[in-house]
Ligand binder design. Sequence first.
Ligand code: PLP
Length: 376
Amino acid sequence: MTVARSPHRAWVEVDHAAIRGNVRAIRERAPQAELIGVVKANAYGHGDVAVAHTLIGVGVERLAVATVDEGMRLREAGIREPIILLWGIGPEEARQAAAAGLEPIAYDARSIELLERSAPAGGDKLGVHLKVDTGLGRQGAAPEDAVELAARIARSPSLALAGTMSHLAVPGEDEAYSEVQVLRMARTLDSMRSSGIDPGLVHVSATGGILSGSVGFAGAVRPGLSLYGLMPAWAADREVGLRPALSLKALPLRIFELPSGAAIGYGLRFRTPQATRIATLGIGYGDGWPRVHANNGFVLVRGQRAPIVGAVSMDGLTVDIGGVPGVTYDDEFVLIGEQEGARITAEQVADERRTINYEVTTALRGRLPRIHLAAE
Ligand SMILES: *Cc1c(COP(=O)(O)O)cnc(C)c1O
């Protein structure tokens, strides 16, 4: 029997020993590169401040987030390492970013002007990463504009070119397309250097690029997903030595018997085909466990799979435990993770939702407490 350890109704457990092991596995794949640990979106749901401390503790050189608020949270937690902002920002945010020493991206004349206005000449220069769109078609300067923009940043009295970056669209899935992207980046860097511009730290690969091969000229890589022990779908059968860090667990709030033909939950979407036992768990779409799991998916209890039955409510869901004898209020239910040799992965949950593992952990809301195991 699993003895309940948590005082909470439902919670996220994060195994920091797994994160440290994942950092080692990533370093083996990119031994020459610095690591930029991507902790955006609350570290993909794992808890950004705690994960950031663990990453820095094992020597990860830099961090990256998506928004200024995310970067400020890390600064307020006392993190001094360089923090890159991976997405463009607005005028007010630019001032905050400059004040907090976050490193924004620039990709066109407007973004450069905005950053120049927020980092007045005379103070420390604001480090900026020039983002080049080599084929993702999302953010970044066209390669043919990159040299001129880099020159503007390098000449600026208030900005410094801290790095030059790009992002791959289909690493591991379409190697020919990725090679075109890498070639465009290499040519852009060559033109910058032959114009006398130092591109700064060069970084191109996220998890997909790290797993699919090396971008040899890059000085750093930007892993997110793999830090958390997860893999892109195309790499699912690779042996890389990553271990998932996140588990999602709950305790039963109610265990009760129902006769055959009884209805369960909003919309009466499930009727018991025979007499059974039901457990109600205190986790629902308000916690990031979406309604698409109505009559769709499983949880583990006593090392066995028990189906989710009926609708998922904002704050709870119901599980048919008729097939698992002896469940008590002390039994932990596992929605993601391992129990007595059985396992539910973020990938299995993603399949039930027709999405990807990234979205499954990132969806987990702040109201679920995070319990950090083996954190420093
Ligand atoms: C999110 C993100 C990453 C991390 O990607 P993973 O696939 O999670 O490793 C890296 N770079 C940029 C620009 C990103 O937006």
